[in-house]
Design a protein around this ligand. Sequence first.
Ligand code: TLP
Length: 352
Amino acid sequence: MDKIDFRSDTVTWPTPAMRQAMLTAAVGDDVYGEDPTVNKLEALAAEMVGKEAALFVASGTMGNLAAILTHAGRGDEAILGQDAHIFCWEAGGMAALGGVTPYPLPTDAIGRMDLAQIEAAIRWDDPHCPRSRLILLENSYGAKNGAPVPLDYLAAVSDIARRHGLATHLDGARLFNAAAALGVPARAVVQHVDSVSFCLSKGLCAPVGSLLCGSAAFVRQARRIRKILGGGMRQAGVLAAAGIVSLTEMVDRLSQDHENAALLARGLASISGIQVDVERVRTNIVFFYLSPDVTLSAPQIAAQLRQANIWIGAESERHFRVVTHYWVGPNEIELLLGALEEIMRQGVRQSA
Ligand code: TLP
């Protein structure tokens, strides 16, 4: 890559094998269902997550929105974590385009809503109220250090949903990271939910694309919704070809990114002026904080690192997010730690 970029795993460039597969991909018109490479990717994705069917969509945001608009409609309500990506970072799509109201609940240190609070959030059947229709889950949970959310919680939420006639959708943008950290296949993570979306364009390095998976009937309707959203693509096989490489070659290496994130977190913990909870790093996302004696702000530190061609995310005045991926390994981590240590040496107020 042209820079050392820890801001996200979305920054990943396609691998050489992907570029080669894109060059030679067989294509057709996917709106007619005639792109053989898209069809192959969708079949592979459905098989890997143990659902009947899958739909290739442009992004994680489109996958989540298409799922919500398939499960729910105007006047319906969706229960979700108050720091879930769908609630915070998807431009309010469910309300803006679907007339679906979010019902946000607090989450614990690994992104779990309280089960009793979920149950209490489900509305009476009363014409005054929105109609509770959907519970939205996320795994791994981005806002909580990319925590893998355990299966017993997913099973318990799905049990609540079933008892009340609600649907469940999992934002699995980093589903395979969660599965690797939990030590189970992806299909086990999604066995309890009605639908799941996962991204090819994050740690799996594809340039574009996500898959939305569920029952055949669900995906048939989601395909209509994708068309409404302007997401019906034509010779999308050139993109799907990279996605097939993602699923066949890139899934098994994600645990390396997790080991690298742990290595990075341990290194950060040894730098004076930085606070990081190493134990919480289970996948590829690390949050770290400036201690009160540091005079520089997070954006100032990030700007100084950029001069060394190293990019990290300043999330506020006092904290950062760094994400490991295919293009940043132990060498890049060493460079980041070295540069940061040097900046911090100047940025920590010396006590007299
Ligand atoms: N997340 C991006 C930013 O939007 C924050 C990132 O850099 O992490 N669900 C989750 C859990 C995500 O983290 C993201 C992207 C999405 C959905 C949306 O995927 P895209 O960017 O493909 O629309």
